[in-house]
Design a protein around this ligand. Structure first.
Ligand SMILES: [Zn+2]
Length: 246
């Protein structure tokens, strides 16, 4: 009997150990995430999602079938803008179901929650608005205001911008882009580089100044220029990735 109790106790400890620091970060970051119990993330409406599916995955498998725990697989390097290591793509592993639950599960449900944020209100001659999910509007406004205060030489990277909300898959995949949730922004495409554009031999390229990147990070956005599979125009709101890397 005692043996049985000890085994049950160890099993409970093992399962709960799966609800690690990163699971706690999700609870403290997203108000819809209420708890992590026995390897399940529990949402405010009672929905349960597996945190760690326990599967061993290759790089490609992790991209295609990321569980919630996999989203934290690579540590995001805050501050520094060094060339990424091979296949180091922090934040590129996303669990679609998780973000559909947080921001909306269809184009129309996200669209209903979009709000306007003024882009670079002092620097641009004409009034320009971007549309983002209401949950991140205050952060995007803070980013816009701080970018607005940068010296003039930085402004060409920030306007005209590539876009924000767009319910679509990531190019060449069946996975939803973070633009679908109104939580991402592409800055000026003209000064940007994207790994899919480099035909033939892979070579990391970037023109976006780190000063711009640092401002986005300060408010919880990660930058696609820190991915081996680089996308240097792309910023997305992923405060859990920033917090986990501290
Ligand atoms: Zn993008």
């Amino acid at each position: 009997m005692i043996r049985l109790i000890i085994v049950a106790l160890l099993l409970t400890l093992y399962i709960d150990a799966k609800c690690d620091r990163n699971a706690k970060i999700l609870i403290s970051t997203y108000s819809k995430v209420k708890a992590c119990k026995n390897n399940y993330i529990i949402f405010s409406d009672g929905t349960k999602m597996v945190y760690d599916d326990g599967k061993r995955k290759s790089f490609e498998q992790r991209l295609k079938n990321a569980d919630i725990q996999d989203m934290f697989y690579d540590k995001y390097p805050i501050g520094s803008c060094k060339t990424p290591r091979f296949n180091h793509d922090p934040g590129r592993y996303r669990n679609d179901r998780f973000f559909r639950k947080i921001y909306g599960s269809s184009a129309s449900s996200v669209r209903k929650n979009l709000v306007r944020v003024r882009w670079l209100p002092k620097s641009l001659k004409r009034t320009v608005y971007i549309k983002v999910h209401k949950n991140i509007a205050s952060k995007m406004r803070a980013v816009s205001n701080e970018l607005d205060r940068l010296p003039q030489k930085y402004k060409k990277y920030l306007y005209p911008m590539g876009g924000t909300f767009n319910w679509r898959n990531i190019a060449g995949t069946h996975r939803l882009s973070s633009h679908s949730f109104g939580t991402a922004i592409d800055i000026n495409v003209k000064y940007s580089a994207y790994w899919r554009w480099s035909k033939g031999k892979y070579r990391y390229q970037n023109k976006i100044p780190c000063k711009i990147v640092n401002i986005f990070e300060k408010y919880g956005f990660i930058w696609g220029g820190k991915w081996y599979h680089y996308d240097t125009m792309h910023f997305e709101y992923r405060p859990e990735i920033i917090k986990a890397s501290r």
